[in-house]
Design a protein around this ligand. Structure first.
Ligand SMILES: N[C@@H]1[C@@H](O)[C@H](O)[C@@H](COP(=O)(O)O)O[C@@H]1O
Length: 244
């Protein structure tokens, strides 16, 4: 893993933007894997600005999102579909049929998972996957214990994940308990991965990622086996790492 250390959230977002603008401009038909959560918001905001300054176009870009809550309609303000639309898609020139986010309200969720996998394969795989990390090491919504050979699947969310994400909902009871998520193998099949990590709340996870072993108990640890991973991490997230 190529680890780039930065000062804070803003610098992480700046560096991530440079990275993504470079890939969007150099690939002929970029296929991007995108993440939700607070971490990539600064990146998406800056990407919109680059688009407004005519530095990038999404005309030839195809996107696949990592995950979606089960049971939320696309127009639910807490759905990841809504998030992506608000934070990125409606501000750029992307064709809506090139946007792929699993539908968590689908009646046949297994079919929905298979469709997501099939669509990724059909375009020749993901060129660059943007990732955040959960405090428990989850990537996408792949919680500790998820098989490293998993493909897009229906997952039960950990209690800690439900609590961490409750901040977006009116009450913890409203947080869905399940999600559809790309599997670990789906993520690992991406040609390149950009992991963004910011803030003290991620310090333990970062320490485990850098110093710990590769184990299904800590899903992000598998990234050490991928040959093209860049981690952009700020000082607060590195505060638990010895000799940082
Ligand atoms: N499913 C998402 C992940 O894709 C995200 O990376 C992670 C961290 O979120 P945040 O960036 O808000 O800390 O948790 C969420 O539950």
């Amino acid at each position: 893993m190529n680890v780039i250390k930065v000062k804070d959230y803003d610098e992480m977002s700046e560096k991530a933007t440079e990275f993504m603008v470079d890939r969007i401009n150099s690939l002929e038909n970029p296929v991007l894997g995108l993440a939700t959560g607070s971490t990539p918001e600064g990146l998406y905001q800056r990407i919109i600005e680059k688009h407004q300054q005519n530095e990038i176009s999404f005309e030839n870009v195809t996107t696949f999102n990592l995950d979606e809550y089960v049971g939320l309609e696309q127009n639910d303000p807490n759905s990841y579909y809504y998030f992506m639309n608000e934070k990125l898609f409606r501000h750029v020139d992307i064709a809506i049929d090139r946007v792929h986010i699993p539908n968590g309200a689908a009646t046949d969720l297994k079919k929905e998972c298979m469709e997501h996998e099939r669509a990724i394969e059909q375009v020749g795989g993901i060129d660059v996957q943007v990732l955040g990390i959960g405090g428990n090491g989850h990537i996408g919504f792949n919680e500790p214990g998820t098989s490293f050979t998993s493909k897009t699947h229906i997952v039960d969310l950990d209690e800690s994940t439900i609590q961490a994400n409750a901040r977006f909902f009116n009450s913890i009871e409203e947080v869905p308990t399940q999600a559809v998520s790309m599997g670990i193998e789906t993520i690992m099949n991406s040609k390149e991965i950009l992991l963004l990590v910011s803030g003290e709340a991620k310090a333990d996870a970062m320490a485990k990622l850098l110093n710990g072993e590769v184990t299904e108990d800590f899903p992000a640890s598998i990234l050490k086996k991928h040959e093209n991973v860049t981690v952009i991490v700020d000082e607060a997230a590195l505060s638990g790492v010895e000799g940082k």
